[in-house]
Design a protein around this ligand. Structure first.
Ligand SMILES: Cc1ncc(COP(=O)(O)O)c(C=O)c1O
Length: 403
C-alpha cells in the first residue's frame, strides 16, 4: 500500500470536521418524523446500479406498494427524485401549460406554493377562498369553477400550516369534473396516516412526501396520475419547463422501457420501499386508525390542560395538531425550551397563524403512545414553568385515560 494516501497535514487547509453526532431528538413537528429503524437499516445496504435488473424489480415493488398506499390502480405511480416540492412541481408543471388556468385555494401556506408553481409553469391562477384554519366549502369551489372554468383545480388534503383536513373531497372532485377540470391533491401530510382514497374519491393526480406519516427521510416523493391526466401530459403543445421533472421523459425510466433518464436516488428508493412495506404489514386502514387514536389521545391531553385546538373537530387533522398558544406566553420561547430541555421538536405557526398556534405532528413511527405522553408532559411542564394558565396534570391524566 502506498504511503501517499494517508493523513492530511495540519497546514494543507483541510477542514477539521469531527464525526457526525446529531442530537437524539424526538420529532413531533410538522415533519420530518422519526424514521423507523428498519428504514434506517435499509438505507445502509449496498447500492446497486439504477439500471441493475435487481433494482428494476425494486422499482416495480415500490410502485405496487405506492398504489396500495394511495388506494389507486393508476399505472402511473412513481417516486419522484427530490422532496415533496419536487412531486408537487412535477404534478403542476406537467399539467399546467402556458395559457391554462389553475384554481388554487387560499386557506393555507401550501395553496400559496401551488399558486407560485402554476405561475412559473405559465398558467393563469385564480383562487377559491377560505380562511386559514378552515377547509374549502364545496359550494365556494363549485362557484369558482363556474366563474373561472379552469383547466386544473388543486387542493390541499392535509394543510400542514393550519392542521386542517379537507373534507368532502368527492364533492370537490365531482364539481371539478363537471367543468372538465383535472384535480390535483396535495397529500404530503396525509399519505399513510389519514384516510386517502385516490380512485374512489375521483382524484386525478396526487403528490405526497415520504417524511411525514411514512416516516422515511425526504428524497423520493410519491406521485400518481390517472390515464386522463397522463393523456393531458402527453398531449401538451410545448414540453414541460423542467427537463428533470418532465413526466413524459420520466416515462422512459419508470415505464416499460426502463431506460436512463437520471440516476435514481437508490438509497432513498430502498428507504421508501421499506417504509411502504411497513404500511402494508400494518394494513392501510389500521394505520389510519392508529393515527386517529394516538392523535386523539394527544388532543384530549391538550384540551384537558386548557389548550384549544384551532380547527373544529369536524376537520381536525390527526397527523398535524394545531394547538392554540395560550395567553401570556411566547410560542418561540416554548419551542426553544422543549428543544433544549426535552430534545423535543414541535413547530410554530406560519403565515396568518404565526404566533397563534403550535404545530404538533403525530406521524408514522412518531405516532406511538410513548411519544404522545412525552409531548403532552413536556408541553404541560414547559407552559407551567413559563407562567401560562394550564393544568398540566389534567392533560397528562386525560392522555393516559385516552390511551
Ligand atoms: C402540505 C405540504 N405540501 C408540500 C410540502 C413540500 O414538501 P417538501 O418540504 O418535502 O418539499 C409540504 C412540506 O412540509 C407540505 O406539508
Amino acid at each position: 500500500m502506498s504511503d501517499r494516501s494517508v493523513t492530511a497535514t495540519a497546514d494543507d487547509g483541510a477542514p477539521d470536521v469531527g464525526e457526525l453526532t446529531p442530537p437524539d431528538r424526538t420529532l413531533m413537528g410538522p415533519g420530518p418524523s422519526d424514521v423507523h429503524p428498519r428504514v434506517l437499516q435499509a438505507m445502509s445496504t449496498p447500492l446497486v446500479g439504477h439500471l441493475d435488473p435487481s433494482f428494476v424489480e425494486i422499482m416495480d415493488e415500490v410502485q405496487e406498494l405506492l398504489r396500495y398506499t394511495f388506494r389507486t390502480d393508476n399505472r402511473w405511480t412513481i417516486p419522484v427524485s427530490g422532496t415533496g416540492s419536487a412531486s408537487m412541481e412535477a404534478a403542476i408543471g406537467n399539467l399546467v401549460e402556458p395559457g391554462d388556468t389553475m384554481l388554487v385555494p387560499t386557506n393555507g401556506y401550501f395553496g400559496g406554493r401551488m399558486k407560485s408553481m402554476a405561475e412559473r409553469a405559465g398558467g393563469e391562477v385564480v383562487t377559491v377562498d377560505a380562511p386559514w384554519g378552515e377547509p374549502l366549502d364545496p359550494e365556494a369551489v363549485a362557484d369558482a369553477l363556474a366563474t373561472h372554468d379552469p383547466d386544473v383545480f388543486g387542493f390541499v388534503h392535509a394543510e400542514t400550516s393550519t392542521g386542517v383536513k379537507q373534507i368532502d373531497v368527492p364533492d370537490l372532485t365531482a364539481a371539478a369534473h363537471d367543468h372538465d377540470a383535472l384535480v390535483i391533491a396535495d397529500a404530503v401530510t396525509s399519505i399513510g396516516g389519514v384516510e386517502l382514497r385516490v380512485d374512489e374519491w375521483g382524484i386525478d393526480v396526487a403528490y405526497a412526501g415520504p417524511q411525514k406519516c411514512l416516516s422515511c427521510p425526504p428524497g423520493a416523493s410519491p406521485l400518481t396520475l390517472n390515464d386522463r391526466a397522463m393523456a393531458t401530459v402527453r398531449a401538451r403543445e410545448e414540453p414541460a419547463r423542467s427537463w428533470y421533472l418532465d413526466l413524459s421523459l420520466l416515462d422512459d425510466y419508470w415505464g416499460e422501457e426502463r431506460a436512463y433518464h437520471h440516476t435514481a436516488p437508490i438509497t432513498n428508493v430502498y428507504a421508501l420501499r421499506e417504509a411502504l412495506r411497513l404500511v402494508a404489514e400494518e394494513g392501510i386502514e389500521s394505520r389510519w386508525e392508529r393515527h386517529r387514536e394516538l392523535a386523539g389521545a394527544l388532543k384530549a391531553g391538550m384540551e384537558a390542560m386548557g389548550l384549544g385546538l384551532n380547527p373544529a373537530d369536524e376537520y381536525w387533522l390527526p397527523s398535524l395538531n394545531a394547538v392554540r398558544v395560550p395567553d401570556g406566553v411566547d410560542d418561540g420561547a416554548v419551542i426553544d425550551h422543549l428543544l433544549e430541555h426535552y430534545d423535543l421538536e414541535i413547530a410554530s405557526g406560519l403565515g396568518d397563524l404565526e404566533g397563534e398556534i403550535f404545530r404538533i405532528g403525530c406521524m408514522g413511527y412518531s405516532a406511538n403512545p410513548e411519544n404522545v405522553i412525552y409531548v403532552v408532559n413536556a408541553l404541560g411542564e414547559t407552559l407551567e414553568r413559563l407562567g401560562a394558565d394550564v393544568d398540566a396534570e389534567a392533560g397528562r391524566s386525560a392522555t393516559l385515560d385516552a390511551l
